[in-house]
Structure formats: structure tokens, C-alpha cells
Design a protein around this ligand. Structure first.
Ligand code: NAD
Length: 499
């Protein structure tokens, strides 16, 4: 018999939040005793008080992480032993899926069924995948002459600082934790102050799974306090950062001002979705863009927010988009039926409404949406919004909005489409829709983006790297390539004497 669906409202009412940091295996208050209040964006309810980590808390977490690395309690274990612990960690994530999903939805507002199916599932799969990989990767022997042997080996780096955003709090953390921990590093994770809850629970589950104390520490707090302290720390070897381009720039400065730690930036996007008039199924293209744009309230780094459509099919395409968009009208995130939930907080909602005002002021045509929704709940919701007759030099086409706002731009030919798509400071993802295989390949090659989709937008898997060109970042999360970020490459020369 299937288990009945949980009563999410009752589960939320019964929830008790422990907002203390987790350092050296222990739940601890901030050294200063300070906390900040965390409210839910779904209705403004108070969720709990969260430790306000600062320099001294980061110092303690980094010291714990360094001590764990120095005595090799984790890095010194055989890869097969690390694999077992991380597999147990992934199992524990799945066993706690309802609790984790609820925390994620209450914290940042996304619909509970997606927290459950997408966020928890991807987090567990990421940890399990890196666990599986780590005892199957071999080092190299260089093709040198007979008088020497040169070994090229990968070694754990040491202490990795991880700073993540609030849009996919668990998944973004897992994309760093998976390779960093599997490779033998210690981690200090600073979750977003807007979504600290699941990070703390993940660290507890990791310890229950057998991860030694001090290997995985979580310090909640504000970016300019705990985040800055971590990125400036002289004993942190690398920063795995996902967030805005503005803060990514700071991360590079912090490294320059401190110990030149490696900085891997996964930053913002303004991804182009290019539909040619030789793509027959305009309806499928239009439905796909609506689904991808409004998923996660539009708060996705890869949201296809710049939609370039050939002028011949633009009217037909817009008709379908206009009919699709209202299907994503925000609803109660705990109902299990809402396609869109709440934006993460009032500030983000006002930022999004500000962009909508800018679109109207700059002369773009509002097709649908454009206003706040469900204000009576006390939460922060915005209608799915579509602008057309957008020019690529308008603010809504140039800046990342990070909310449910799509801009549709018309183009005349392939050269113009490529030029428009690439005319952005970002280069995270892009998509090309064409039934002409030559054009599809030609345009995919011409697009300056880390991921290009052809005739679809939603394919994704832990097996492929994701990351950006240009100001969308420099690192690549996921796939075996992610190990490069958290390991040092060592060359060892051995002399072989003649007999
Ligand atoms: P943000 O840059 O404001 O914050 C991200 C993290 O950095 C948070 O933990 C925050 O506390 C911390 N931070 C803020 N200021 C800091 C400072 N001065 N020093 C150190 N840390 C600081 O971003 P956000 O609003 O949380 O997230 C949205 C952004 O993340 C969007 O731009 C989105 O595109 C991007 N993102 C990118 C990817 C990707 O894979 N490329 C994935 C998800 C989100």
C-alpha cells in the first residue's frame, strides 16, 4: 500500500528548528550569543532563531576542519572507506526526505512536491555519485625516459570554504560537498542567511553516517560577516562559491587580499532561448520555455529569461506562452499542487516588481502577469510575467532578474539571433530550436555559453559539468571534472639508476 501523502501544514506546525552552528561535530551557539530571526516567505511565519556566525565562529570552524585534515582522520582513509560513509550519508538524506523537503520549502518558498522530488533527490544522488566515483579514479604515470619515473597524482587540497545561495540550497551545497568530501577534504559551509535550515540538518546526517567530527562544519550567518570571514581566511585553501556575479567579484578580491586561495565561481545568468522559424513544433517550444522559466519561481541561474523568436513565428509562439503562463500562477507551497511558490523574501519580491516597472517604463509590452499575488497570505508572491517587444538593450534584457519574468525579443535571421544571444555579459546556458540539423549545430557552436540545449531545455544529470562562460563564472560543478577543483595535482619524480 502507498503511504498517504503527509499533511504538510500539520508537519510544519510541529517543526522545531535548531538554528545553532555545527562545528567539530557539536551544535553550538554563535560565540557572541547573537542570532537572527528566520521567517518563512510563504506566509511570514517565524521559523526560529539562527546563530549569527562571525569571524570568531569561522575561525573555530576552520580550525576544526584543519585539525581533521591534519590528522588524516578522513583524508587518510582508503577511497573505498570514504565511499561507504558517503553512501550512508546519501541513504540518510533519502530517509529524511520529508523533513528536508519541508525545511527547504518553509525556508525559501518553493512548492513542497518539487523540494521532495527535485531538491532532495538530486542532493542524495550527487553525494552517492561522488561516493561511487572516488574509488574508480586512477592517477597517471608520465611517458618519460627509462632513467626516471614521473607520477602525476591528485591529492586532497585541505580546507574548502563553501558559500552557497538560497535558490537551491541543498543542491548547490551538494555539488561542492560531493567532490570535496569524496576527495578527502574538510569543509566549512556558509549557507545563505535566507535559507540556512537544510545545511545544518545535512551536516547532522553526515555525522550520523560516520563522517568524522570536524570534516563537515556549518556556520550560518550573513554574507558580509561569516561569508567574508571565510573567504578572507588565511587557512582556507579554496572557496567553492555559487551566487551573484557581484559577490563572485568580491570572492576574487578576498583571495587577492589574503592567501590567494583558489576561487571557483558559479554565478548569474541571462540565458538565451532561440527559436527559429524552421522549428515546426512551436507549441512545444513555447510550453518548454514557460515551464523552464517559471520553475522555482524563476529563481534559477539558468532560467531562459531572454527568449529570442524569429519574427515569422513570434505571434504564434506568444499566443501559446500567454496561455501557458497563468498555469504557473503561485499557490500555497505546502498544498502539493502549486506550480509556483513564494519568492525568497520581501526584498527579492520588491526587486522583481522593480524590474517589471522598468520593463513597463522602457516600453516593453506586458503580455501577462506583472503584479504581486497572494498578498493576503503575508507571503511574497509574484505572477508569472511575460514581456514582448523587448529590445536587448533594455534593463530587463540585460540584468538577471531572478524571478518569474520572461522577456521576448524578435529577430530576423540567424546572424542577428547569434549576435543578440551573445550580446550579454553572462554566458551560463542557451538553447537553440531548429529542425535543420546543420543550423542547430552551427548555432550551438556559435553560442558563448557553458551549456547549450538543442530542441529541449530540461535535460540535466550529475554526469555532465555545469558552469559559465564570461561573467557567469569560472568553475564547473558536477561530473568528474569537479574533482579538479578540490584536489591539487602533484608531480613526483623518481630516479631509476642503471644496473
Ligand atoms: P548572493 O551572491 O547574494 O549570495 C550568495 C551567498 O554569498 C550567500 O551565502 C551570501 O550570504 C554570500 N555573500 C553575500 N555577500 C557576501 C560577501 N560580501 N562575502 C562573502 N559572502 C557573501 O546570491 P543569492 O542572491 O544568494 O543567489 C542568487 C544568485 O546565485 C544569482 O545570481 C544566481 O544566478 C546565482 N546562482 C548561480 C548558479 C550557478 O550554478 N551558476 C546556481 C544557483 C544560483
Amino acid at each position: 500500500m502507498n503511504k498517504p501523502a503527509p499533511d504538510w501544514h500539520a508537519a510544519a506546525a510541529a517543526l522545531r528548528i535548531d538554528g545553532r552552528a555545527l562545528i567539530a561535530g557539536q551544535r553550538v551557539a554563535a560565540r557572541s550569543g547573537e542570532t537572527f530571526a528566520k521567517a518563512s516567505p510563504i506566509d511570514g511565519r517565524a521559523l526560529g532563531d539562527i546563530a549569527r556566525g562571525r569571524v570568531e565562529d569561522i575561525d573555530a570552524a576552520v580550525a576544526a576542519a584543519r585539525a581533521a585534515f591534519a590528522d588524516a582522520r578522513w583524508a587518510g582513509k582508503a577511497p573505498a572507506a570514504r565511499k561507504k560513509v558517503l553512501q550512508r550519508f546519501a541513504d540518510k538524506i533519502l530517509a529524511a526526505k520529508e523533513e528536508l523537503a519541508l525545511l527547504e520549502t518553509l525556508d525559501m518558498g518553493k512548492p513542497i512536491q518539487y523540494s521532495l522530488a527535485v531538491d532532495v533527490g538530486a542532493t542524495a544522488r550527487t553525494i552517492a555519485w561522488y561516493a561511487e566515483a572516488v574509488d574508480k579514479i586512477y592517477d597517471e604515470i608520465a611517458p618519460t625516459g627509462a632513467s626516471a619515473l614521473a607520477l602525476i597524482t591528485r591529492e586532497a587540497m585541505g580546507v574548502i570554504g563553501v558559500v552557497v545561495p538560497w535558490n537551491y540550497p541543498m543542491i548547490m551545497a551538494a555539488w561542492k560537498l560531493g567532490p570535496a568530501l569524496a576527495a578527502g577534504n574538510s569543509v566549512v559551509l556558509k549557507p545563505s542567511e535566507k535559507s540556512p535550515l537544510t545545511a545544518l540538518r545535512l551536516a547532522e546526517l553526515a555525522i550520523e553516517a560516520g563522517l568524522p567530527e570536524g570534516v563537515f562544519n556549518v556556520v550560518p550567518g550573513y554574507g558580509h560577516e561569516a561569508g567574508e570571514a571565510l573567504a578572507l581566511h588565511m587557512d582556507v585553501d579554496a572557496i567553492g562559491f555559487t551566487g551573484s556575479t557581484r559577490v563572485g567579484r568580491k570572492m576574487l578580491e578576498y583571495a587577492g587580499r589574503s592567501n590567494l586561495k583558489r576561487v571557483y565561481n558559479e554565478l548569474g545568468g541571462k540565458s538565451a532561448f532561440v527559436v527559429f522559424d524552421d522549428f515546426a513544433d512551436v507549441t512545444r517550444a513555447a510550453r518548454t520555455v514557460a515551464g523552464s522559466m517559471f520553475f522555482n519561481q524563476g529563481e534559477s541561474c539558468n532560467a531562459p529569461s531572454r527568449v529570442l523568436v524569429h519574427e515569422k513565428v513570434a505571434d504564434r509562439f506568444l499566443e501559446v506562452v500567454a496561455a501557458e503562463a497563468p498555469k504557473y500562477a503561485p499557490g500555497d507551497p505546502l498544498s502539493g499542487r502549486a506550480e509556483m511558490g513564494a519568492l525568497v523574501d520581501e526584498t527579492q519580491m520588491n526587486t522583481v516588481l522593480g524590474y517589471i516597472a522598468a520593463g513597463n517604463a522602457e516600453g516593453a509590452k506586458l503580455v501577462t502577469g506583472g503584479a504581486r499575488a497572494r498578498a493576503e497570505t503575508g507571503g511574497f508572491y509574484v505572477q508569472p510575467t511575460v514581456f514582448e517587444r523587448v529590445r536587448n538593450d533594455m534593463k530587463i534584457a540585460r540584468e538577471e532578474i531572478f524571478g518569474p519574468v520572461m522577456s521576448v525579443i524578435r529577430f530576423k535571421d540567424e546572424a542577428e539571433a547569434i549576435a543578440l544571444a551573445n550580446d550579454s555579459s553572462y554566458g551560463l546556458q542557451a538553447s537553440v530550436w531548429s529542425d535543420n540539423v546543420n543550423r542547430a549545430h552551427r548555432v550551438a557552436r556559435a553560442l558563448r555559453a557553458g551549456t547549450v540545449h538543442v530542441n529541449q531545455y530540461d535535460e540535466d544529470d550529475i554526469t555532465v559539468p555545469v558552469g559559465g562562460y564570461k561573467q557567469s563564472g569560472n568553475g564547473r560543478d558536477k561530473s568528474l571534472h569537479a574533482f579538479d577543483k578540490y584536489t591539487e595535482l602533484k608531480t613526483t619524480w623518481l630516479r631509476i639508476d642503471a644496473a
